[in-house]
Design a protein around this ligand. Structure first.
Ligand code: TRP
Length: 454
C-alpha cells in the first residue's frame, strides 16, 4: 500500500515489524561491534545498556506518542500539537539528519552487497592478512564502491516510490527470524572456537577507568540513538501511521528488546572470533572490523561460503529496511509540510544523498584527502558518523524529551498512549522523560564539547 493517503499499518505486528526493521540494521551488526572496539570493550557495553534503557527507551515511547497524536511528518507533528511554535525546528533538524546518516549508511550497505558475492564465490578467503588486504583493496576501489552506493539508494528510492509497504512488512517477517537464527548459529560457532575466552573477557569484563571516559560515554549514547533509530523523528513518522487501537508501549518494548539482543549477539560473534586471529586489535580495526572477522569465521565452517552468503544477504535486507526509514522521514516532510509530490520528494532527496555520499565512499583509501581529513584526524565517513550519531541525534532526543516533558506535558502523552492499551510504569516514564533524559543528554553533550575544545 502506498503512503500518500497516510496509510495505516496492516496490523499491530505490521507496525512492530516495520519499526524493528528500521531499528535493526547495520547499526547493530556493523556499528555496535565497531564502537565496542573503539571504546575499549566491556565498559562501552555497560554504558551503552544504561543509555538504551534509561535514556533511549523513554524517548522511543515519546516519539511514537508525538507521531500518533500529530499524525504528520516530524516537523508537522510538532506543529500539530503546539501550533505556531519553534518546536518544528526539532523536526527540521531530524530531516537533515536523515539525509546525513543515509549518505554514509548507504556506502556501508553497498559493501555488504559486495560481500554477498565475495563470500559465495570464495573470493575473500585465506589467511587473516589476505582477508584484511582484500577488504582494503575493495573499499579503495572508487568505481565499485560508488556504484554499489548508487544501487542501495536506487533500491531504497524505488521501494519508497512504489509504496510497497506491505512488501516491507512481509519481508521483515521472514528477515527477523532468519537473521536471529543465523546469528545464533554463528554465535555457537564463535564461542566454541579454541581461544574464544580472550574475546569473551574483552567483551564482558569492564575496564572501570573507561566507565568515566567522556568520549566512551558520548559514543555509547550516540550508538544507542542510532541503533534504535531515535532522535530524528523516524519513530514519529512511523507512529503517525499507527491506528488508535494499538498498544504503543508494548510495541516499543519489543523493538528495544529485539534491537538490543541483535547488537549484543553481534558482539558475541565478533570478539570471540576476532581474538582467535593473531595480532587482532579491535581498537584499530575501524569500519572494516566485521568485514575482516566474519569471512575468517565463515572459512572455519563447513559450507561456510553458503552460510556466509546467506548472512550477507540477510544483513543487506536488514540495511534496506533501515535505509527506507531514513529516506521516509525527509520524504514525508516534503510531502506533508511542503506539498511536494512523492515522486519529486524521493528523487530530489535520493539525488542529494548520493552526491553527499561520494566523499564517504572515497574516504577509505581511494582519495587520500577524504581518507584522512587534514586537521580532523579521521576519514570523511567516520566524521559524518560522529556529527550525526554523536551530536545531531542526542540533541534531537534532548529536545524531543523537553517537548514532551514541558510543552506537551507527560499527562497528555500518557493519555494518548493509553487509548490503545495499558501503560504500566507510566509515572516512572514521566520521571525519566522529565529529568533523566534531558539532564543526562545535556551533561554528556556539554562535557563532550568541552573535551573537544581542549
Ligand atoms: N537504526 C538503524 C540501524 O541500526 C539505522 C537507522 C534507520 C536510523 N533509521 C534511522 C538511525 C533513523 C537514526 C535515525 O542500522
Amino acid at each position: 500500500m502506498s503512503v500518500p493517503d497516510r496509510g495505516m499499518w496492516s496490523s499491530r505486528l505490521g507496525f512492530v515489524l516495520a519499526a524493528a526493521g528500521s531499528a535493526v540494521g547495520l547499526g547493530n551488526i556493523w556499528g555496535f561491534p565497531t564502537q565496542v572496539g573503539r571504546g575499549g570493550g566491556a565498559a562501552f557495553v555497560v554504558v551503552y545498556l544504561l543509555c538504551v534503557f534509561l535514556v533511549c527507551a523513554p524517548i522511543l515511547i515519546a516519539e511514537l506518542a508525538i507521531g500518533r497524536r500529530g499524525k504528520k511528518d516530524p516537523a508537522g507533528s510538532f506543529d500539530a500539537i503546539k501550533p505556531g511554535t519553534s518546536w518544528r525546528f526539532v523536526g527540521l533538524l531530524g530531516i537533515l539528519a536523515g539525509v546525513g546518516i543515509l549518505s554514509f549508511y548507504s556506502v556501508i550497505a553497498g559493501w555488504t552487497i559486495a560481500y554477498i558475492y565475495f563470500t559465495v564465490t570464495g573470493a575473500v578467503a585465506g589467511s587473516p592478512d589476505a582477508i584484511g588486504q582484500f577488504f582494503g583493496d575493495f573499499v579503495a576501489n572508487p568505481v565499485l564502491v560508488i556504484g554499489l552506493t548508487f544501487v542501495v539508494l536506487a533500491v531504497t528510492a524505488g521501494i519508497i516510490l512504489g509504496g510497497v509497504r506491505g512488501g516491507i512488512e512481509r519481508m521483515t517477517k521472514i528477515l527477523m527470524p532468519g537473521l536471529l537464527l543465523l546469528l545464533v548459529a554463528l554465535m555457537l560457532r564463535a564461542l566454541t572456537l579454541p581461544g574464544a575466552e580472550t574475546g569473551l573477557a574483552y567483551y564482558l569484563r569492564p575496564d572501570a577507568s573507561k566507565l568515566y571516559d567522556i568520549q566512551v560515554i558520548n559514543a555509547a549514547l550516540g550508538q544507542a540513538f542510532f541503533s534504535l533509530s531515535l532522535g530524528m523523528g523516524a519513530m514519529i513518522t512511523y507512529g503517525s501511521y499507527l491506528g488508535p487501537r494499538e498498544s504503543v508501549v508494548r510495541a516499543a518494548a519489543w523493538v528495544v528488546v529485539l534491537d538490543t539482543a541483535v547488537a549484543l549477539m553481534a558482539g558475541f560473534i565478533i570478539f570471540p572470533a576476532g581474538f582467535t586471529i593473531p595480532g587482532f586489535d579491535p581498537s584499530t580495526s575501524g569500519p572494516g572490523l566485521i568485514f575482516t572477522v566474519l569471512p575468517r569465521l565463515f572459512s572455519t565452517m563447513p559450507g561456510g561460503e553458503l552460510f556466509g552468503g546467506a548472512f550477507f544477504v540477510m544483513l543487506t535486507m536488514a540495511a534496506i529496511t533501515s535505509t527506507i526509514s531514513l529516506l521516509e522521514v525527509p520524504t514525508s516532510y516534503l510531502i506533508d509540510s511542503r506539498g511536494w509530490t512523492r515522486k519529486r520528494a524521493v528523487l530530489t532527496l535520493a539525488g542529494l544523498t548520493f552526491v553527499l555520499s561520494i566523499p564517504s565512499a572515497l574516504g577509505n583509501g581511494a582519495v587520500p584527502f577524504f581518507s584522512s581529513l587534514p586537521g580532523v584526524g579521521m576519514d570523511f565517513l567516520s566524521l559524518m558518523a560522529v556529527i550525526w550519531n554523536n551530536f545531531a541525534l542526542p540533541v534531537g532526543g534532548f529536545f524531543i524529551a523537553l517537548f514532551v516533558a514541558w510543552a506537551w506535558k507527560p499527562a497528555n502523552a500518557i493519555a494518548e498512549l493509553q487509548t490503545g492499551g495499558t501503560f504500566p510504569g507510566a509515572a516512572f516514564w514521566a520521571f525519566l522523560i522529565r529529568w533523566v533524559c534531558p539532564v543526562a543528554i545535556g551533561i554528556i553533550i556539554i562535557f563532550t564539547v568541552r573535551d573537544l575544545l581542549r
